[in-house]
Design a protein around this ligand. Structure first.
Ligand SMILES: Cc1cc2nc3c(=O)[nH]c(=O)nc-3n(C[C@H](O)[C@H](O)[C@H](O)COP(=O)(O)O)c2cc1C
Length: 447
């Protein structure tokens, strides 16, 4: 296990997103088909690695409709595009989103383990429960599964995947041509899992991960979501809006993880932000305005409806108060839907205002490189988080602005790596390489 290093900021980005809001495709500087153009995505992956970022994250949803956002309606599937990114990079991590509600654990375990193997131990899985009824209708379902039921499935699902990732011990494949021994059956472990939702024999038909186990990300913030994260996630994405909300959320998650016996530094929290960099503050604000002018009401409503299981907002008066959606909130994207309904009530927002609030990036990371570095440092040093998932105003320009102007300031302040440590994503994130559950641990030396 790598010796623990001083705590530093972790940074990730979205290589197939066109920009900081779902209207970014209309920006004159944006290649509108970037989310399905291999060379465009590989260019972003290379920019991110040149900036020494920790990871590339590909979000995903498995549905589309005439009311979908431009991103949701047309983009690469995560494993496919991240395998291509891994082939043209050497260090940066690759995080693929896959659903625990509409897929099988054996397939997910195998796909993530394969991405991990071909990338030399740089893979991670963002485990989502798919909070949209439209997804269910693509998987022989009619309606969205009940919220907490999705999480019960997710918990068993993740336990099966982690069990399958322990199918083989590190040295299970001697490939001894002389002796004709390709693998050592004594180092193979069948899972024989029989649970409430899954029955999985195993073993997985790919050898053990170079990082022990791929990294697990999660992003649910409801009670069930936080419990699942505290049990199994190595890192959590969040969309908390303010520094105080981030501090509360991080402290709560760390306390829950500690209750499951997990050391605080083995659990990372990374809120999503949209740094908008300008040579001057005014220039940065102008860029933020430009970006938001790209957002039309229909697209902003599409973005809002994602949080409410594709609820049909289009038949409502945009300039009237937000309709009561309490009936939908419970099974949809619960934490975000509850949050949006609360601010709509408290701030007496119209539907148009709420849609733009949800779709437009938060403003507190808009400014000069120094101002943004100060903000990142403040969040990090006051334990609001351990790092950030960065959307950028427009891609690739916005990402280059961060890697060329903000990252060097963080490096000078000793807050961010100047070189990649180790070779695996766990090394970059300062996370230990988990041992196989079947390998006897040396008993601690008796004093
Ligand atoms: C930063 C972030 C990224 C997310 N990415 C995805 C995604 O790619 N696909 C998806 O289906 N859900 C995604 N989600 C939604 C979460 O998985 C989860 O459904 C949502 O946060 C609601 O969780 P809750 O019901 O526990 O409150 C994301 C959420 C956040 C905060």
């Amino acid at each position: 296990m790598t010796a623990k290093r001083p705590r530093q900021i972790h940074l990730g980005c979205f290589p197939i997103h066109l920009g900081g809001n779902v209207g970014a495709w209309r920006h004159p500087e944006v290649q509108a088909n970037g989310s399905t153009d291999l060379q465009w995505v590989l260019n972003l992956a290379r920019i991110a690695e040149a900036g020494k970022l920790d990871l590339l994250f590909v979000a995903d949803s498995t549905y589309a409709s005439e009311n979908s956002t431009p991103f949701d309606i047309n983009h690469f599937e995560p494993i496919t595009i991240l395998s291509a990114c891994a082939a043209v990079t050497r260090h940066i991590g690759v995080v693929a989103t896959m659903s625990t509600s509409y897929s099988q654990p054996f397939t997910t375990a195998r796909q993530i383990a394969s991405l991990d193997k071909l990338s030399g131990g740089r893979a991670a899985w963002n485990a989502v429960t798919s909070s949209n009824a439209s997804v269910a209708r693509n998987y022989s379902g009619d309606k969205l599964m009940e919220h907490d039921h999705r999480y019960r499935i997710a918990r068993e699902y993740i336990e099966v995947v982690k069990g399958l990732w322990d199918s083989w011990e590190d040295d299970a494949f001697p490939r001894d041509k002389q002796a004709g021994v390709y693998f050592d059956a004594s180092k193979m472990h069948r899972l024989n899992h029989v649970g409430e939702f899954f029955k999985v024999q195993g073993p997985l038909n790919i050898e053990r991960s170079p990082q022990g186990q791929p990294v697990i990300f999660q992003a649910g913030a409801s009670e069930a979501g936080r419990d699942l994260a505290a049990r199994h996630a190595d890192a959590v994405f969040s969309n908390r809006e303010t520094i105080d909300e981030c501090r509360l959320y991080t402290a709560d998650l760390r306390a829950r993880a500690a209750r499951y016996g997990r050391p605080a530094d083995e659990f990372l929290v990374m809120p999503v932000i949209t740094p908008i960099v300008g040579g001057t503050e005014e220039e940065a604000r102008r860029r933020a305005r430009e970006l938001n002018e790209m957002l039309d009401p229909k697209t902003a409503l599409s973005f809002l409806s994602r949080y409410f299981s594709s609820f049909d907002f289009w038949s409502y008066d945009l300039d009237a108060p937000v309709p009561d959606l309490s009936g939908i909130v419970s099974d949809a994207n619960r934490s975000s839907a509850e949050y949006l309904m609360r601010i709509a009530r408290e701030e007496k927002l119209t539907l148009r205002q709420l849609a733009y609030r949800a779709a437009a990036p938060r403003k507190d990371f808009t400014g000069t490189p120094e101002q943004i570095a100060d903000r990142l440092q403040l969040y990090f040093e006051t334990q609001a988080c351990d790092g950030f998932m960065m959307a950028t105003d427009i891609s690739p320009r916005g990402l280059s602005a961060v890697t060329e102007h903000v990252v060097p300031i963080l490096q000078k302040r000793g807050l961010f790596r100047t070189e990649y440590e180790g070779t695996t994503l766990r090394d970059h994130l300062g996370l230990s390489h988990p041992e196989s559950r079947y390998v006897a641990r040396p008993s601690p030396a008796v004093a």
